[in-house]
Design a protein around this ligand. Sequence first.
Ligand code: SAM
Length: 538
Amino acid sequence: MDSSPGSGAPKARTPNPAERDRNGAVPPSGPTAQPNGSTPGADQQYQSGPANKRKRMQERHQARRRGRTPPPSIYSRRNRSRSPSNATPRDDYSRRSRSPLQRRSPEPEEQPKQRKRPGGGARAGLLNPEQLRRRQEERERAMEEDAMRTSRDRGVSDVVRQHYNAVPERGREWRKTESKIKGLRSFNNWIKSTLIQKFSPDEEFAARFNDTKDWADDSTRPNPVEDKQLLVLDLGCGKGGDLGKWQLAPQKVELYVGLDPANISIEQARDRYGQMRSRGGGGRGRRPPTALFHAEFATKDCFGESLADVNIIQRVGIDPNAGPGGSLMASRWGGGGFDVVTSMFAIHYAFESEEKARQMLSNVAGCLKKGGRFIGVCPNSDVITGKVSTFHKNRKEQEAAKPAETEGPEDGEVEEEERCGWGNDIYSVRFPGDTPENGVFRPPFGWKYTYFMSEAVEGVPEYVVPWEAFRALTEDYNLELQYRKPFLEIWEDEKNDRELGPLSERMGVRDRSTGELLMTEEEKDAVSFYHAFCFYKV
Ligand SMILES: C[S@@+](CC[C@H](N)C(=O)[O-])C[C@H]1O[C@@H](n2cnc3c(N)ncnc32)[C@H](O)[C@@H]1O
């Protein structure tokens, strides 16, 4: 499976839906497209030629050609990397990024129509007492259902929040040496770094360093001061584990905003950022130390609520109505002010209901500027579908092989139905309820399972993110799929990249002498549950 487009053709045309591969990604077009799954042999390790780098650059920005830079407007947030004023970073976002779209007063046609005679409408359609009683009952029933739904939703959210709040912050040293799953932790971190390296830079930055310049080498860098810097929003940032990765992003980050409903995690993220600050930001890989970005954190449910009331989000810019029925003006000009929205290991919490999944996408699209990137990782529904359908197949075979039951269960005896689940010593997935026999999750929301990961996740409810339904939904929010790949395929594709290969050694992902992944078979099995994605706001 190869979902990575790799067009080196100067004029990319817009592919029609039939041309998409089965992941819905835009297929390669043009003479330099890479063949599927081509992994260089050991003798090609750490290719230093331009081919590898070109591939990385080509994978990004392929779909973006569709969503070319909008014409300049008073709403434009481009060319804002250096403020001419002496404004502090906070003032700066506020001054330049306020979204006028959000504050717009309604257009005349949007204003509610004035009634000629107040109350006249109600008198025209008088209801008899029976109808009134029925209406009242309906209203009460709807309110009751609403309250039940809210309390059920809050129940799950509270469990998730309390769980993450309770996970101890054990420190880097422990995670690197003592942890039973240190190989898996390092690998997941490398995957996230890889996504950040590949997809966080904007088209302009990537084009500047494409094939000719190496952003990692300051001696060849024209004038870093002139680089436009990134505004990044992290939904479900947890304890701030990705702050260091953003400090190493090829295109410098100006502002990082971390949101998460777990208040203790947010405090820990703030502390972590404070420690980075006190160390002076640290070096950027092979580059000399560079100033640390500004960061802000807030406790926020990013999937159940709109982000429009978060102060820093307002100051950077948000279109609060992104999605179907949103303002044409807002979507034309992008609406949001962020260059990148990221959500790592979190969007599965949004698939509890269609309402939440849409709210999550509205937040993502509303915060992104046109051309912005939405990058993330989540459980791969293809894996879940495979496991569920195999479970049902085996169950049926076993049933068919069993001799016919002569007696039913005895009085008081309850026959326990077998539920679908799998895993190993370090992770497990268990469905508490029925699962579809063919493994296809329809409707695509609310398919709850319990996830366990040694040292990290203690039986927390999560929801299947049926990939095709998710991708179809993203179209309503002007998000176009650019990349989707299972974790182990990303490893095969990128392990010999001239930046990402050595990074994997520094991060303890692979053995320096053998080149092998430093993960047990159980850890490999656990990471194969996930895939990564990147969408562009068009
Ligand atoms: C597995 S952790 C991942 C944390 C971090 N992104 C990382 O990669 O290390 C999942 C995170 O999703 C967060 N989360 C759960 N529900 C959320 C919601 N409704 N909005 C935002 N984040 C949520 C949890 O609080 C938790 O911090």
